[in-house]
Ligand binder design. Structure first.
Ligand code: MGD
Ligand code: MGD
Ligand code: MO
Length: 779
């Protein structure tokens, strides 16, 4: 389609024809090395990534096979490390030069590019500048503000998923001892539907596979994820499945390069011969939100196959597993039978042949793994889709056997661990009991606020203090305008951060920035250098220790900052905070007593490669009320858009998914390119089917306004985005987050998960003349 790319897109769009990884990745890694202005030091640093005595890569939560001989970083891990380990500083001098109002006119890229935060800062409204504040004064101000609140529930404690287990455990202990369960976290916007969907079906909210299972799987289905960019080390695993003759079917609305071909930059032969390997045996492109219909179609074919097999005295279904381990199958099969093929084909956008092929692959395989990420979890019907996936797995006993299982691929490098440590607005009674027993206080039982409810509560004056352990709340959350207005209502915002970002610039009455150490930095405490621990997508816990001297003596570790705030608020209750910071073994001893599976924590992290936390569903132990895996039956959604958008939609309505480019880490923008999708030097683009460009009367490369459709009369739009003709189903479009977050209505949420529907937003496009209006872009 883009062979005859016109002048409009010629400058920034050229399809990428070579495999993912390979020389392109190596070139990009080198460029980012030099950009960090710390190249030599960082090469040394990178070699310690994911090594037994190094640090856990802050990139993603993909796990590692234990093999000390291997270099274990990828291009995007290298970007994450170079970005953190820069020598540039954002200090008092920088802040004296730039007012907050001026900084707020700069891009997200500019803000983070300025370097590491190196001293505590406090906002001065009179000068509109951040100014230095001592650690002691900062803690005192926070403690006094917290103590002055009429109820602890006026405070929200946000967590982004990079926080270590030790930091997360102390943080929740502090907030619960203070008296609230208000723990909004990035997971609310990410894999919440996976946690909810899995807990309500198999009794545990985590994946059931280990990394070794990929070596045993006959087939792997990858739904709605882009590992070439977001989990590059997963490509090696996928390639190996294909290489040994396994079946690998990718389901993605876009043709993502990494899911097609991969050249391993760490394999000299492949690099020198310019060879590459396929990463999928089949590639299907369902419509946005069409995956539940795909799975339903597959099950419909399997029912027909089962009926035919039974006539010959054989079976496709694993009846022993079904009878012994599941509940609800009859109703579900009836529901599937009731679903029409026309509905399935229309919603999935696939042909019946594609679906029959998938069913055949599934039925022939003795073991199947299904993986997924944000293409599944950020819709209105995400929980229903995950239930459908679990049902498919259950039909042939693909839960709790080698080479099989459910594999939600997590995002942030310790987002799974943070939940394990109790970062949860709806804590389980058993967790609270264990906390009470260990620390001799009664933690609050009332459920707290997740992300969207926190924004609503700020808006309504019910939350007035916002504390963030990392992340970039203002940019990562939906409905940017509404969120920014809500944050501006706050009495105090406190951000524990490594780099300057938008959230520091959206200020209520008072704002404090507390600069912290990152994964790569050495953490010196009274009893020597400290390690922290993290949990990967496969429930492996391992230690991580920094390797670089911190850029400034004024930076503190996350646990030390939490302890400082806690002591200023609670004194030595319920623990001696300062003592725990001197030696993190003390924090781990507390964890071992409170969190199941962590007995002998301090000894077990000495093992290279760490230890496995275990997974009850993997043992076929179903922690559901009935003790069985529950087969849920949901009707296929009428439309993939939430009802409030559906009612207003028309022929012109398109469905937008917001996704990541290759040069970003969530709201952190490393650069302006999206190599695998052929985009150079541009982020304001809309990927659109060429037939839609024509149908709607636009031209390739034309600038447009995106306006979202919602029934509350609020105008949500972004402007000046260029149309890029792309291989994407008709009626679907894609654009980058966070630039498109102003379009996501705060109330457009996943059913049961309350996750913003960042992958299915109803949109209309209109031509944009550069000078015809004010550009409302926030980035
Ligand atoms: N380099 C890098 N690594 C990262 C991150 C990063 O930003 N940069 N972020 C981290 C985090 S927090 C997370 S959660 C993960 C995110 O990892 P991903 O889930 O891979 O992230 P997205 O960019 O949101 O990509 C969504 C993918 O799903 C596809 N998709 C969208 N909607 C649908 C659908 O309805 N059906 C199907 N079948 N496909 C669909 C899109 O085309 C795209 O390929 O990555 C983590 N790792
Ligand atoms: N439209 C749309 N919105 C989305 C998504 C989407 O796909 N589409 N994805 C959602 C998802 S999956 C997620 S996980 C969220 C991400 O939401 P967040 O986790 O809140 O955002 P990040 O961009 O990862 O946070 C970046 C900031 O974290 C800080 N930081 C980096 N490293 C550290 C560290 O080691 N310690 C501390 N204390 N701070 C650190 C830096 O200051 C940096 O500016 O966004 C969500 N929002
Ligand atoms: Mo995420």
């Amino acid at each position: 389609m883009s062979k005859n790319s016109t002048n409009e897109t010629k400058n920034f769009y050229k399809p990428y024809k070579v495999p993912a990884g390979g020389w392109g990745a190596l070139k990009s890694t080198t460029e980012h090395w030099f950009k960090s202005e710390n190249a030599v030091r960082n090469i040394h640093t990178l070699l310690k990534t994911n090594q037994p005595h190094g640090f856990d890569c802050p990139g993603c939560a993909w796990g590692e096979k234990h093999d000390p001989a291997k270099i274990r970083f990828c291009e995007n891990g290298a970007k994450a490390v170079n970005w953190e380990a820069t020598s540039r500083k954002v200090d008092a001098a920088f802040m004296a030069k730039h007012s907050v109002s001026w900084l707020n006119t700069q891009s997200d890229y500019f803000l983070e590019y300025q370097g590491r935060l190196t001293e505590p800062l406090s906002y001065n409204r009179e000068t509109d500048h951040y100014e230095p504040i001592s650690w002691g004064q900062a803690f005192q101000k926070i403690g006094e503000t917290l103590k002055a609140q009429s109820t602890p529930n006026k405070v929200a404690f946000y967590t982004s998923g990079r926080a270590s287990n030790e930091a997360a455990f102390l943080y929740q202990l502090f907030a619960r001892a203070y008296g609230t369960n208000n723990f909004p976290d990035c997971s609310n916007m990410c894999h919440e539907a996976s946690g909810y969907g899995l807990t309500s079906s198999i009794g545990i909210g985590k994946g059931t596979v280990e990394i070794d299972d990929f070596e045993k799987a006959d087939a792997v289905f990858v739904f709605g994820q882009n590992p070439g960019t977001n989990h590059p080390r997963m490509l090696e695993t996928l390639k190996e499945v294909v290489q040994r003759g396994g079946q690998l079917i990718s389901f993605n609305t876009l043709h993502e390069r990494g899911l097609e071909r991969f050249q391993n930059p760490q394999n000299p032969i492949e690099m020198l011969t310019n060879g590459s390997k396929p990463t999928s045996t089949n590639y299907f492109c369902p419509k946005i939100g069409g995956d539940m219909a795909v799975v339903r179609g597959v099950v419909k074919v399997l029912i027909e196959m089962e009926d035919a097999a039974q006539k010959e005295g054989k079976a496709i279904f694993d009846h022993d597993f079904i009878n012994q381990h599941t509940q609800g199958l009859e109703d579900y099969l009836e529901q599937v039978k009731q679903t029409s093929w026309s509905g399935i084909l229309q919603q999935s956008g696939l042909t019946k042949e594609d679906i029959v092929h998938t069913a055949n692959v599934y039925a022939k395989a003795e073991s199947v793994i299904i993986t997924w990420a944000m293409g599944i979890t950020q819709h209105h019907h995400s929980v229903a889709t995950i239930h459908e996936i679990v049902n498919l797995l259950a039909l042939r006993g693909n839960l709790g056997k080698p080479g099989a299982g459910a594999c939600p691929v997590r995002g942030h490098s310790n987002v799974q661990g943070d939940r394990t440590m109790g970062i949860n607005e709806c804590p389980s009674p058993s967790f609270l009991d264990a906390l009470e027993k260990r620390f001799q206080f009664t933690p609050p039982k009332e459920h707290g606020l997740a992300v969207v409810d926190t924004i609503r509560a700020m808006r309504d004056g019910k939350v007035g203090v916002f504390i963030a352990l990392g992340g970039n709340f203002a940019a990562a959350t939906p409905d940017t305008q509404a969120t920014e207005n809500a944050l501006k209502q706050c009495e105090l915002t406190v951000q524990i951060s490594t780099k300057l970002n938008r959230s520091h610039l959206i200020i209520g009455k008072d704002a404090i920035i507390l600069p912290c150490l990152g994964r790569t930095d050495i953490d010196h405490q009274e009893k020597g250098q400290q390690k922290v621990t993290v949990e990967d997508s496969f429930s492996m816990i391992h230690a991580s220790g920094g390797v670089l001297e911190p850029l400034s003596k004024q930076q503190k570790s996350e646990p030390a900052i939490i302890a400082g705030m806690a002591e200023a608020t609670l004194g030595n209750f319920p623990i001696n905070w300062a003592e725990a910071i001197g030696d993190y073994d003390i924090i781990r001893e507390h964890i071992a007593e409170v969190v199941p599976g962590f007995h002998g924590f301090n000894q077990r992290i000495l093992e290279d490669g760490g230890f496995y936390l275990g997974n009850s569903a993997r043992e076929r132990n179903w922690k559901t009320p009935s003790g069985k895996a529950i087969i849920h039956s949901h009707p296929l959604p009428e439309s993939i858009l939430p009802k409030r958008a559906q009612d207003l939609s028309s022929e012109k309505t398109l469905v937008l998914q917001t996704l990541r480019s290759h040069d970003q880490y969530n709201t952190t923008i490393y650069g302006m390119n999206d190599r695998y999708r052929g985009i150079k030097g541009e982020r304001k683009v809309v990927f659109i089917n060429p037939a839609d460009i024509q149908r709607l009367g636009f031209k390739e490369g034309q600038s447009v306004t995106l306006r979202s459709i919602w029934d509350d009369k609020v105008e949500r739009k972004v402007q000046g985005f260029k149309l890029v003709p792309y291989s994407i189903p008709a009626g679907n479009i894609a654009a980058y987050y966070p630039e498109t977050n102003p379009l996501v209505p705060l109330d457009s949420l996943g059913e049961f998960s309350n996750t913003p529907t960042s992958k299915s937003i109803a949109i209309e496009l209109e031509a944009y003349e550069a000078n015809s209006g004010i550009n409302l872009q926030t980035t």
